[in-house]
Design a protein around this ligand. Structure first.
Ligand SMILES: Cc1cc2nc3c(=O)[nH]c(=O)nc-3n(C[C@H](O)[C@H](O)[C@H](O)COP(=O)(O)OP(=O)(O)OC[C@H]3O[C@@H](n4cnc5c(N)ncnc54)[C@H](O)[C@@H]3O)c2cc1C
Length: 308
């Protein structure tokens, strides 16, 4: 007898959905998260593109509804970091950082992703000293200050739009020649006099002693360098999947994302992957939720001994 029928690693929207589906189907489910439940949702001020909320919904509110729903159907939720997954012919062992291990029939890996670093001098040293990755969590410290937001994709532009109500000046930097965010966000930025958009400019160093005091940028076209005084830097230049402990367990692609088939099953039949962590994910909440459903159905199929 296993400790659980299914263990879900990661309590973001993908993991919360998978766990809710499996528990509602009467499986014994353990959901593990290393930090807190909700994943990246906790960092999103307003979600406008998740169906069913015409006025949008705050990320923390949506996360708390998902957690309540999972709990209602009997999912056991525990804060623990998973550090190893060992598949055997009859069961899978999930090992946690506190030394505990749990056996189960099926595993859903839904560990999401973490923000990618810029990889420039000053970045490591000034982490948390003016460099942050979440405007909703940490933006308040830049009230009436000058802030640079690095990254012109959806999350970077959303963060810049959030910060424009807090900071005295927001500079949005994108290394590519244009913003890559969806049209509606690009349009909002274009009409916002408080936001200064600088495309084709790459941050090459973050400056400061105890705290951030500025950034050095280089213009791609001319190679010209410029020092800009800022009090804070918010970095949103992509994400990296949380797959460090899986490298010898399942196949990952060259960007360390989990390779799955069209039912989100990895090369090990008892292990599925869902959400931002898998190859091909569009990094969206709706997609993570859809993945959670698909991964749960595949896990059920495996637990029932059916490959149909
Ligand atoms: C600022 C910002 C704004 C965004 N805005 C939008 C938006 O408006 N619309 C939209 O659709 N998407 C948006 N997104 C993207 C969206 O939040 C993600 O696509 C979505 O949260 C991915 O869900 P997930 O469940 O795959 O992973 P995550 O939300 O990343 O959750 C993964 C969870 O797994 C946990 N975990 C990781 N490794 C381990 C481990 N070893 N052991 C235990 N737990 C582990 C993490 O702590 C985390 O809680 C935004 C993202 C950000 C950062």
């Amino acid at each position: 007898m296993f400790d659980y029928d299914a263990i879900i690693v990661g309590g973001g929207p993908a993991g919360l959905t998978a766990s809710m589906y499996l528990a509602r189907a009467s499986y014994r489910v353990l959901l593990l998260d290393k930090e807190s439940f909700g994943g990246q949702l906790k960092n999103v001020y307003l979600i406008e593109n998740y169906p069913g909320f015409s006025e949008g919904i705050s990320g923390p509110k949506l996360a708390s509804e998902m957690v309540n729903q999972a709990g209602k159907f009997g999912v056991e939720l525990e804060i623990k970091e998973v550090v190893g997954v060992e598949p055997y012919s009859s069961c899978t062992l999930v090992n946690c950082a506190d030394g505990k291990g749990y056996t189960c029939g099926a595993v859903v890996i839904a560990g999401g992703a973490r923000p990618r670093r810029l990889g420039v001098p000053g970045e490591e040293r000034l982490q948390g000293r003016g460099i942050v990755h979440c405007a909703l969590c940490d933006g308040g410290r830049f009230t009436d200050c000058v802030v640079a937001v690095c990254g012109g994709g959806d999350s970077g532009v959303s963060e810049a739009l959030y910060m424009r109500n807090i900071a005295s000046r927001v500079i949005l930097l994108e290394a590519e020649p244009g913003l890559t965010a969806t049209a509606i966000l690009r349009e909002r930025v274009r009409h916002d006099s408080k936001l200064e958009v600088r495309c084709g400019k790459k941050v090459v160093e973050i400056l400061g002693g105890d705290n951030v005091t500025g950034i050095e940028v280089i213009e791609a076209a001319s190679g010209q360098r410029e020092m800009i005084k800022v009090d804070g830097v918010i970095v949103h230049v992509g994400i990296e999947p949380n797959t460090d402990y899986l490298e010898d367990v399942i196949s990952l692609d060259d960007q360390k994302r989990i390779i799955v088939d069209d039912r989100l099953v990895t090369q090990i039949a008892s292990i599925t992957a869902a959400g931002d962590i898998r190859k091909g994910s569009p990094w969206q909440i709706g997609a993570a939720v859809g993945d959670g459903v698909m991964a749960a159905l595949s896990a059920q199929r495996f637990l029932n001994g059916s490959n149909k």
